[in-house]
Structure formats: structure tokens, C-alpha cells
Design a protein around this ligand. Sequence first.
Ligand code: SF4
Length: 454
Amino acid sequence: MKGHAESAAPFVANEPRAHWHDESLWFVRVKRDRQAATVPEWEDLRSTASAIKAHTLSRLADYLEEFERNATANGIHVHWARDGAEHNAIVLKILNDHGVKRLVKSKSMLTEECHLNPYLEAHGIEVTDTDLGERIVQMRKEPPSHIVLPAIHLKKEDIGELFHIQLGTEKGASDPKYLTEAARGHLRERFLGAQAGLTGVNFAIASTGGVVVCTNEGNADMGTSLPPIHIASMGVEKIVPRPRDLAIFLRLLARSATGQPVTTYTSHFHGPLPGGEMHVVIVDNGRARILGEEAFRRSLSCIRCGACMNTCPVYRRSGGYSYGYTVPGPIGSILGPQRDPAAYGSLPFASSLCGSCTDVCPVKIDLHHELLAFRQELAKKGYLPWQKRFSMWVMGQVLARKWAFLLGGRLMRTLMPLLPRALVYGPWNPWGKQRELPPMPRESFRDLLKKEPR
Ligand code: SF4
């Protein structure tokens, strides 16, 4: 599998689009800052959320069993899935048992992780993603490029062209209101024809046995109010102990995600519709293994707000597809290599380690330190490419010897200005692909310091 830098190349090559993507996400980051500033106790909320998550993870099995007991008492069928394959098989069985051929889905990164859509489609089920951004990328046969803003890599003109082809809108139309109306009409037909609805789960409350889904479009409510069967897919880490814990996370989630005070719809599901059925599928899919890794278990606290992506200079300039993993950005760069270090080993290096992700994370995951720790882990386990291992070895030798360091500096200052450009900016210099190296100083810092009056 290609590394992050190679995968980012096509996105980065389109400079105007990369710049526009960068600015669009920074706009969301600024909105987040404004909202956070309106809450005087913001830092207390973050600390409390972090403590609740740490406590819950330390008693995860107990809280999950409490949830199962209470959900079952509410008339919900609870299923357990070890991995994505089991999750998909459980969902398919529920659908087949009820003769369902048309399913509407609201946004769920877990089902993306499990590759549910292609699995169901291969078994003859028509799946419609009903979140507008997700529907757009589904029509383009692409995965989401961002966990909250799935189509953020697309301009309104791209969507106008897509809707013209798929929905018959006017050619060249790119007015967002017009396009949204067209999507609304199209989705309404799908909602009315659906035989079952599937949602993700933002939070599951152990003490009440209910689940909470946050959306801005009300699509989760439409998809679960019209068809009689509701399936909710949740990762084991979505559990919170009590409703009062939920209040902390709800104040943090929308502000961090999109800079709104609250999501437009915060829907609580505590049982099936009259005459209907509700199923919750609780999925592990590698999470228990992460829980066993002391250095990285805090990554399970993530509430998938996307704030770390909106602020990350690498994500903003390289786009979500450059990560090649379901969850991109700083948190994806920790989760991906935990799942498969050989495939995703380049991701912890796709970071400037500036720490901006850690600063905005509503649950205080120490993202940039975890990324640094992961680099060390990958190096220890031999997952670094030989070029990087060799260059680091050379650098280690130079830095360990004062004479080698001084000589190396002098050689670079003298030779670099004389070398042909093709040699300096060859394929061995990824740093110079889009940047000019700074001019070599004539004197070293040490020489300059010596000249300073004492
Ligand atoms: S790691 Fe933190 S900032 Fe990033 S998506 Fe998760 S909760 Fe949000």
C-alpha cells in the first residue's frame, strides 16, 4: 500500500484546490474557537469528559453488560460482533429475516470501517446513505474524506455536475439551495420506500439502555420513524455510564465538530416503534486490543468530532484520501496503524507534531505525543522503510560526534550552493517537492554566537 506522501501527491498537485480545502477547514476551526470561547467552563468540560472516558474505559465490560441488560429490558435486541465480518453478517441476517431489500442509513463511520455497504449490495440489498454529504460520495462511489464533513473535498460545481448526471438537475446549476432541494426530493422517495433504517450511535447510556444519535439533517429520525425496523451499529467505546455524563459530551461535540452550540437533532432511542423492532449491534473490531495497549488506549476516548482534522495543517493540505484509512487525520493516524502497522505505518509521520490537534480535542487525547510514541513503536518493530532507517542511522552517527557535526555543517554550507538544482531537488528530497530550501547561511549558529559580545 502507498504511503501517505505518495497518496497525497495528486491532491497536493492541484494547488488552488488544496488551498481552498485548507481555507474551508480553517473556517470550521475558527467557528469552533468562537463557540468554545462562549463557554467559560470549556476547559473544565474537557477535563471532565476526559475523566469520564478514562473511567468508562477502565470498567468497559461492566458498563457494556449494564447497557445490554437495560436495553433488553427496553425491548431492544442486543447483538455482539467480534469484528466487521460478524457485524455485517448480523445486519444481513436481520434484514433477510424480515425480507428487507431497501435500507436507508444515516452516517456511521463504524459501518464504513466494516465495509457494510458493498457487503449488503453484494447480497442484493439496496443501501441509501441519507446524510447529504455521504449520499454525494456514495453517488461518486467514493468513501467519505472527512468523518463529519464527508464531501468537504468537493466544490459546489462538482456536486452540480454530479446531480445533473444522477438526479437530472439543470446543467451548470451550482446554487447550494437548489441542489439541496433536489437532494431532499430524491432522499424523500428513498425514505418512503425503505423497509429498514440503520443508524450509527454517538453515545449509548449504560444506566438507561438507550442510544443517542446526533445529526444536523434529521435523517436519522426520518430513517427510523418511517420503516418498522431500526438497526443501530455501535463500537464498544461509545458507552457512557449515565445521562448526566451525556450532557457533558453534547456540550462539547457540536461546538468542536462544526462550531454550532448543539447539533440540530439529538435523537434518543430507548426502544422499538410500536409494532416494530430495534436492534443494537455492539462491535469490537480490534478495540479490545487497543484497550490493552497502555500507551494508546486513550485513542478509544475519541467522540469523532473531527476537530483534530480541521486544525491539522497536514490534513488540510493533503485531503482525507491521502490517509487511505476510514478515519483520516491525527486520530486516524493512531487508529490505522494499530489495526495494521504494515499498511498504515506511514500515517504517524504525516504530522508536524505541532500539537494543535491535542489543543482542540474535546476529550483531551494527547494526540501528538501518541503520534510520536507510535513512530518509536513502528521503528522498534522494524516497520520503517530502509531509506528512513539508513538516514536516521547516519544522522545518529553525526549527532553523536561533535567533530562530525561541525564538519557536516561546514560541508553543507559550502557545497549546497554549488550543487546543480536537479541533484538537490531529486526524488530523494520529498521536502523540496513543493518547497524551496532556505538559502544556506554563510556562518553557523556557533560562529555567530562567538561574535556576540559577552
Ligand atoms: S481525537 Fe479528539 S479531536 Fe480528533 S476526532 Fe476524536 S475527539 Fe475529535
